[in-house]
Design a protein around this ligand. Structure first.
Ligand code: NAI
Ligand code: 15L
Length: 264
């Protein structure tokens, strides 16, 4: 590919993907509302608010694929979520429509289904059960991906990421964790498979304690290699056993189910 755009490039995942996705394109265009430092070799830096329609239109021009990581990534007030995650996603899909439909990898979240309990095994066709306004905004993003696929043929990999961090940090993440390497490999498959469509993919490693059935995404040929169980002994020594009424032991979305509706 000539140019891949990474939004949210100043964030936790964006900083990791800035390095790991280098081999996939001649140029990586990096964008965020926050500082991303200096452009390195084969990098372009574009500071941009996803809520700014004209700026996003310019941002997407000339890109062959978009890794959309930008936006609010935790529970916040509706106003904050509205700009980055609702207007931002609309602006991104409109820009992609104007510029030849570059393939999109959309960082959705397990918080679209956070109110399912941990004894439930989920397939992607099951109804959403968001656990907050942040989760609702990711449901909106998934709906936009579906709409633009049905109406315009826009291809998107909707990746419902569990917990993508260097290591699983608590009991719940023994089920939801996805390693950086597994996410990198997933992005590679999403960009190289001849026909992507608009699948919902569970973004999790091959965890023994996983809750999500990814067989519908088998056509991608993605086989996660890591397993949170490697960390189980050390995690459980710090974070267990949990009380029976602890949201981290009951709900797939964990503590997000307890968040209030923030007003500011
Ligand atoms: P993060 O919060 O570290 O990074 C998000 C980035 O988006 C930040 O650098 C922020 O400045 C930028 N951003 C926020 N509002 C913006 C706006 N209006 N315009 C432009 N940029 C804006 O989050 P992280 O962990 O890197 O996650 C990346 C994506 O993956 C997010 O969309 C998040 O919702 C999603 N995700 C991440 C998970 C994880 O475990 N890290 C789990 C599930 C979903
Ligand atoms: C998410 O959607 C968040 O962006 C991330 O910060 C974690 O909280 C993750 O979910 C999780 O559920 O562990």
């Amino acid at each position: 590919m000539q140019r891949i755009l990474i939004t949210g490039a100043a964030g936790g995942l964006g900083r990791v993907m800035r390095e790991k996705l280098k081999p996939l394109a001649e140029t990586i265009r990096l964008s965020d509302i926050s500082d991303m430092g200096e452009a390195g070799p084969n990098e372009e830096i574009v500071r941009c608010d996803l809520g700014d329609e004209a700026a996003v239109l310019d941002l997407v021009e000339g890109c062959d694929a978009i890794i959309h990581l930008g936006g609010v990534s935790v529970e916040q007030s509706f106003d904050k979520i509205l700009n980055g995650n609702i207007k931002g996603v609309y602006n991104l899909y409109e820009a992609a429509r104007a510029h030849g439909h570059p393939r999109i990898v959309f960082a959705s979240s397990n918080h679209t289904i956070g109110f399912y309990t941990q004894d439930q095994r989920l397939t992607p066709d099951m109804p959403m059960k968001p656990d907050g306004l942040y989760g609702v905004s990711k449901c909106f993003g998934e709906a936009m991906a579906s709409l633009y696929h049905s109406k315009f043929g826009q291809e998107t990999a909707i990746v419902r990421i569990g917990s993508c961090f260097p290591e699983p940090a608590n009991y719940r993440m023994l089920s939801t964790w996805m390693s950086f390497d597994d996410f990198t490999a997933l992005i590679g498959r999403c960009l190289s498979v001849p026909r992507l469509g608009c699948p919902i993919i569970w973004g999790a490693s091959d965890n023994d304690r996983g809750w999500w059935d990814n067989s519908a995404a088998g056509f991608l040929g993605w086989r996660p290699k890591d397993n949170a169980e490697v960390y189980a002994a050390s995690v459980l020594a710090k974070d267990g056993p949990l009380a029976a009424d602890d949201p981290n032991a009951i709900y797939q979305g964990g503590m997000f189910t307890r968040d209030p509706i923030h007003k500011t």
